[in-house]
Design a protein around this ligand. Sequence first.
Ligand code: IMP
Length: 429
Amino acid sequence: MANVTVIGAQWGDEGKGKVVDWLSSRADVVVRFQGGHNAGHTLVVGNQTYKLSLLPSGLVRGKLGVIGNGVVIDPEALLAEIARVRAQGLTVTPETLRIADNAVLILPVHGAIDRAREAARGAHRIGTTGRGIGPAYEDKVARRAIRVCDLAEPETLSHKLDELLLHHNTLLHGLGAETFEKQALLDRLLALAPDILPYAEPVWERLDDLRRAGKRILFEGAQAVMLDVDHGTYPFVTSSNTVAATAASGAGIAPSAIGFVLGIAKAYTTRVGSGPFPTELTDDIGKLLGERGHEFGTVTGRPRRCGWFDAVLVRQAVKVGGVQGLVLTKLDVLDGLAELKVCTGYRIDGELVKRLPAAMGAQARAEPVYEVMEGWSGSTRGARSWAELPAQAVKYVKRVEELVEAQVTLLSTSPERDDTILVHDPFEG
Ligand code: IMP
């Protein structure tokens, strides 16, 4: 029995929440392995809408949730999210949620640095969520981060805070922002410790046990391949690796255990924040896609930039992300459009290229080369079989498969969990 890993194949917000929810009802455990509360997963279950940022989506289905070492955890945001979903009737206890004791913590100082640096960048800002994700990952790599396990050792915590604040207060001071006082931060963390520590453990061991017991593990990615710190549109990216390989290192499990890799892509493209977006539409069609697709950021509420499906980008995400099967979402948003365009290449400085280059300037100059397809007049919304789809919609999906060099495993036709066309069961490998 295979495990399944789900990652985004564009710039995020592809509808991973629904897919993960659909899959988690068939899994035993759901694992987050990178990112933090910059992610926003919306799950519609009956008449309840859950907005999760840090908690693994499987909790909504009563499945064990695991937050792996690759995640950066804001302990205050985590406790607030737990309180919020509890108020909606969910059970979250140390029996249903486990957190890696070696995961890195996001502290208030990280958010302050994130926002101060963005303000200093002015027009060149990345458009981060301002939640301290980047600075927390920087501290991890710089070997000065506070980790979950440090909450159990007040002395260690105190020493580490000295080093951490020496670095950050120097920066904050230079940026003209308010600095942090060590004792206040220490007291704040020690006050949180009794609420966080009951969830903490070496999750790699639990995952190893679960795997050997034949349990189904679902690895839930956040953000997407084009926001990957190595493979994305750097520097307009997040600060973690979002490719499927990260599921192994970010949870502490063998690469061979991550199972079948599903890449989620919208039938068109969106992006929040700054950075290159070759197929962006600033016209009425872009506006229509945004309105019909309810394209507003789950975390920040920012309107998302919208554009045509970029097959070059998704093909690249399939290759570098390790995607074995594609989930195409929000096809219904394209219903009724007379003509559809799909990007099949870029023209950069007069040359036709079939990949997004690494250099920032070349990315910004990439002009999309389109293949024009006829639209469909019928509705795809809520379809649960290929037979219910207009012929032209099927053609569109088939062409996407060809261009991105991956087969569609699932087609999602509305936000409702059961409005899905299953082509291949990913848990069968
Ligand atoms: P950060 O992750 O807050 O540092 O933001 C870096 C970039 O990633 C910004 O462009 C954000 O808008 C984008 N980003 C971060 N998380 C998400 C997400 O869950 N969906 C879409 N974009 C995201």
